[in-house]
Write a protein that binds this ligand. Structure first.
Ligand SMILES: NC(=O)c1ccc[n+]([C@@H]2O[C@H](COP(=O)([O-])OP(=O)(O)OC[C@H]3O[C@@H](n4cnc5c(N)ncnc54)[C@H](OP(=O)(O)O)[C@@H]3O)[C@@H](O)[C@H]2O)c1
Length: 340
């Protein structure tokens, strides 16, 4: 304990944003380093995950969504190292993952922590390929869409944390995979590094439906939708019979496009909203499969790592604008120092 700082830096919600948050909606606070009591564990955070769902928690009064109170620490998934433990299941130096929030240290009940296998992969993957994004890709694709060999799978937001994994899992299942992204560099990464069959940049496309048709000449059997809006509107016109559509998010965009109910009837297609938390009882099975694919070199991933807790608000705002190149993380402390 003597080598530790005595202050814990935390980022709290200062005000509720309308639309895109501003840095002023967050506030840095300093508190005394917390001490664990019985069954509790003190964790030093190394990586904080920034995820789109956090924006929803900044709003108040949305049914079914718990709001962060003004002045509360922003919630978030973290990986770090145990500093001190009053839970016999954990020892100092263990790598762990939990919902510890935007702060450099946290005290948490041991039952809310998951011990990580540091031999498996870098610990940051517990927030990406082996964390919530990997689980969303796994169940959102496999359980909702049941991909079969040679089917055409279209993924929007395809270079994001979830999309890049959904596409690669579809490749493992023998599908032809096409990604929609917001830059030429992401297009190249998906095809050259992540093994997608094709990808295109929607920001330089004048006719989305025509471009989609050119990239999916056999139509679309599965649509893994991370974004909604104009891309989704264009996709519905190209779905095949018995198409399956997994809706992850619509990024707050209003339903402005054409109504495709007749197309759903004619194609006997299935559209299903997805919530990763509904699959919690099957997370262990999914993590095991994702770990095997990762070890076998079948899943590549990209991380965009901002440095220091003070960079979290700006990195979060950038992520909401689609500026992140892969899974958005914030490094809160050095890997080696935290492990010591
Ligand atoms: N339902 C669930 O249980 C569940 C679970 C996990 C995630 N999700 C949702 O799935 C989506 C993907 O999550 P993620 O972790 O992969 O996020 P991410 O890493 O931030 O990637 C999202 C991608 O969407 C595109 N995008 C971002 N902002 C946009 C905007 N304003 N307009 C249009 N496109 C935009 C960007 O791609 P381009 O600019 O390249 O198009 C970005 O790469 C999120 O919306 C998230 O809320 C849902």
């Amino acid at each position: 304990m003597s080598s530790l700082t005595t202050l814990n830096r935390q980022i709290k919600l200062a005000s509720r944003p309308a639309g895109l948050p501003a840095v002023s909606d967050f506030q840095m606070d300093y508190s005394a380093l917390p001490s664990p009591v019985a069954s509790e564990v003190l964790v030093r955070s190394v990586y904080l995950s920034l995820d789109p769902w956090m924006r929803g928690r900044m709003d108040n009064g949305v049914p079914g969504r718990e709001a962060v109170a003004i002045g509360d620490v922003m919630p978030g998934g973290v990986v770090g190292f145990v500093v001190e433990s009053n839970d016999s299941a954990f020892r100092a130096g263990d790598a762990v993952e939990g919902m510890l929030g935007w702060q450099e240290y946290a005290v948490v009940n041991g039952r809310d922590l998951r011990k990580l296998d540091t031999g498996l992969a870098p610990i940051s993957t517990a927030l990406g390929v082996l964390g919530m994004p990997g689980l969303a890709a796994y169940f959102g694709l496999l359980a909702i869409c049941d991909p079969r060999p040679h089917e055409t799978v279209l993924v929007s937001g395809a270079a994001g944390a979830v999309g890049m994994l959904a596409g690669q899992i579809a490749k493992i299942k023998g599908c032809r995979v096409v990604g929609v992204v917001g830059s030429d560099a992401r297009t190249s990464w998906l095809v050259d590094e992540a093994g997608f069959d094709a990808a295109f940049n929607h920001t330089t496309t004048t006719d989305l439906r025509e471009t989609l048709g050119a990239h999916c000449p056999a139509g679309i059997d599965i649509y893994f939708d991370n974004v909604g809006g104009a891309i989704t509107d264009a996709v519905f016109g190209l779905i095949n019979d018995r198409a399956r559509i997994s809706i992850q998010s619509f990024l707050g965009m209003p339903d402005a496009g054409p109504r495709w109910l007749s197309q759903l009837i004619v194609r006997q297609a299935k559209v299903e909203g997805f919530l990763v938390s509904a699959w919690a009882d099957r997370f262990p099975e999914a993590r095991e499969q994702l770990s095997m694919w990762l070890k076998a070199g079948l899943l590549g991933y990209r991380e965009d790592v901002a440095q220091g807790i003070e960079s979290a608000p700006q990195a979060f705002i950038g992520m909401l604008q689609g500026k992140n190149e892969g899974k958005q993380l914030v490094q809160l402390s050095a890997l080696q120092a935290a492990a010591a």
